[in-house]
Design a protein around this ligand. Structure first.
Ligand code: ATP
Ligand code: MG
Length: 588
């Protein structure tokens, strides 16, 4: 099967409040501007970590709306915090966005890439800050950090004006220039906005003279040592949106309280002649919360740094690099994002929704093959030694046009350990030996013959090491004789002499608690010890040719992908993407 094809097919557009807003704006012509699409969104990651499935939601919403309405979505690195940002993160974020099926290539005939960095706007951001100072909308505060915090007040308690709030504008401007020139240490001064005369008693803490520039003597991954003052997020973000002609600035609900400052800043700068109206508008939707994972960057980093997982791309991680390595498809993640909708109310989405999307996406795509994950030898005593017979099976049961696969059956096979029981439980229809004068069970070896169990061998510890049976030569699947045998059990197998040895990594959910970090719980106490199990399996011939990231359904087991790092031609390593059925609903 092919991997990594961007999914360009637009999904059916289920209405949601963002689509409603955009459709209303399109019909009223709210964003008709020469040479620009009417829908311009952006995805603004901070390059300080790896993207996770929550970011995928934001990517699918922003890039998806642009795709659905013939618009444009910018990838903008919000790189205003030099201390925590690195090129490594820029690279992985770009990779993940592309992998999810989106890009920032020129789209509107203007030849312009839609890849941006907030750091590209440092000059403009600085010029606008000087304007705000001279127009009386910003001042340099020289309070200590402690005084500033104390004077900010609290929820329900007004703050106090800084003693520097009314210093002359020229003095603020001179100080700001001196800050830029590197004449002060980190934290000595800070530039704050003055939204209104009584802003320090605003019920919205974000309006209480928010900091807009701070001193940071730090090397920046793109601008190097050119700057020692850096703009704050709440200042940079609206201006970047406006500079990029964003129409709908979509973010998560926690930014709702930041919107009044967003609106004030862009209105003030428009009055100052920096932007034409209409300026961008911010819309908030509820973040994606998936059960059985954590999405805090700090906690994900902890898992990596404490070596609880094997790196950012560990297939158990909810990072996009981890999900990719596990074998998750971008189409399934897109489907989950679409299916979970866009709302304004916080809620939890069960992880099984994502797994359901994976099965739905993989079922028609993944060719079938056989893997024996916990092998036990089966010996067909009446099968001539050294001989083999060819069996055939569909590459995909629902798509006969995809053809057949062939594999041999011979005297010695591998079957699953749990397909044999010395003494069968009630309702067990697979292999068991003759018992109390009754013959052993009869089962069909899928695509092969019907066999009857005759006995088994144990080692000195009492462990079953081989099962014996006889086969019925006229029972082969696909032949006339096969229908005369009625059996209840149907088992998969691989022929021992030609089976391909492979390491198979059986991954499961990383946590056993649906909300591992809710209410301040220690998420590390909820780690699932069974989230990774490694087995040495036997695979159907042909599996040794699997390309990295090639995906299969291992019959009866689930969907598996060749590991994109460790799998090699002739030495395959497979990861379990998802089981065929949801075992969690039933047992937990
Ligand atoms: P930080 O605390 O470091 O800011 P962050 O998760 O907000 O972490 P960003 O890089 O700032 O990381 O996120 C980029 C975008 O992804 C933001 O617009 C943010 O709202 C969005 N985002 C992050 N997590 C989720 C989520 N769980 N669901 C939907 N969107 C999300
Ligand atoms: Mg953020």
């Amino acid at each position: 099967m092919s991997n990594d094809k961007p999914n360009t097919a637009a999904p059916a557009l289920a209405p949601n409040f963002l689509r409603n807003i955009i459709e209303a704006d399109l019909s009223s012509g709210a964003h008709v501007r020469p040479g620009l699409p009417q829908v311009i969104t952006r995805f603004p990651p901070e390059p300080n970590g790896y993207l996770h499935v929550g970011h995928a939601k934001s990517i699918c919403v922003n890039f998806g709306l642009a795709r659905d309405y013939a618009g444009q979505c910018n990838l903008r690195f919000d790189d205003t915090n030099p201390a925590k940002e690195e090129q490594e993160y820029v690279d992985t974020i770009m990779d993940s966005v592309k992998w999810l099926g989106f890009d920032w290539e020129p789209k509107n005939g203007d030849g312009q890439s839609h890849l941006h960095y907030a750091s590209d706007y440092f000059d403009q951001l600085y010029a606008m800050a000087e304007y705000l100072i001279t127009a009386g909308f910003a001042y340099v505060d020289s309070q200590s950090a402690e005084d500033m915090a104390a004077n900010r007040g609290n929820f329900g308690q007004a703050g106090k004006n800084s003693p520097f709030r009314d210093r002359p504008r020229e003095e603020s401007l001179a100080l700001f220039r001196a800050m830029k020139a590197g004449q002060f240490k980190d934290g000595e001064h800070i530039l704050r906005a003055k939204v209104s005369e009584d802003a320090m008693s605003s019920p919205n803490m974000n309006l209480r003279d928010p900091a807009i520039y701070r001193i940071r003597h730090a090397h920046h991954h793109r601008t190097g040592d050119a700057w020692c003052i850096y703009p704050m997020y709440d200042y940079t973000h609206p201006i970047s949106d406006a500079l990029e002609n964003i129409t709908h600035s979509i973010c998560t609900l926690e930014f709702q309280d930041h919107r009044p400052f967003y609106d004030w800043l862009l209105a003030t700068l428009s009055d100052g002649g920096f932007f034409a109206r209409p300026v961008p508008h911010q819309y908030e939707f509820s973040r994606l919360n998936l059960t059985y994972i954590v999405t805090s960057k700090r906690k994900l980093r902890q898992l990596v740094e404490e070596k609880i997982v094997d790196g950012w791309d560990d297939p158990r991680m909810p990072t996009l690099v981890g999900m990719r390595r596990r074998g998750y498809t971008p189409e399934a993640i897109q489907l989950m994002c679409e299916r979970t909708g866009v709302t304004k109310s916080d809620g939890w989405i069960d992880y099984s929704v994502l797994e359901g999307c994976l099965r739905e996406d993989l079922d028609p795509k993944a060719p079938r093959t056989v893997a024996v994950l916990r092998p036990l030898k089966l010996i067909i005593d009446n099968f001539p030694a050294g001989e083999s017979v060819e069996c055939t099976a569909p590459a995909h049961p629902h798509f006969p046009e995809r053809g057949l696969r062939t594999f041999p059956i011979s005297r010695e096979l591998w079957i699953e350990e749990d397909d044999f029981m010395e003494v069968p439980n009630k309702g067990y229809f697979r292999l068991y030996p003759p018992l109390d004068g009754k013959p052993g069970s009869r089962v069909r070896l899928r695509y092969g013959y019907v066999i009857e169990c005759t006995g088994y061998d144990k080692d000195e510890n009492g462990k079953v090491i081989a099962v014996h049976c006889n086969y019925f030569e006229d029972s082969k699947s696909g032949t006339e004789g096969s229908s005369t045998y009625k059996v209840k059990g149907n088992m998969h197998w691989v022929s021992a002499p030609t089976a391909i040895a492979a390491e198979v990594r059986l991954y499961d959910r990383l946590f056993t608690d649906p909300q591992p970090d809710a209410g301040g719980k220690d998420f590390k106490l909820a780690l699932n010890p069974l989230a990774k199990e490694v087995v040495q399996a036997w695979l159907e011939p042909g599996a040794e040719l699997a390309q990295p990231e090639e995906r299969f359904q291992f019959e009866r087991h689930g969907y598996f992908a060749a590991d994109r790092v460790d799998s090699q031609p002739g030495k395959p390593v497979f990861n379990r993407i998802v089981t065929l059925k949801d075992a969690w609903q039933a047992t937990k």
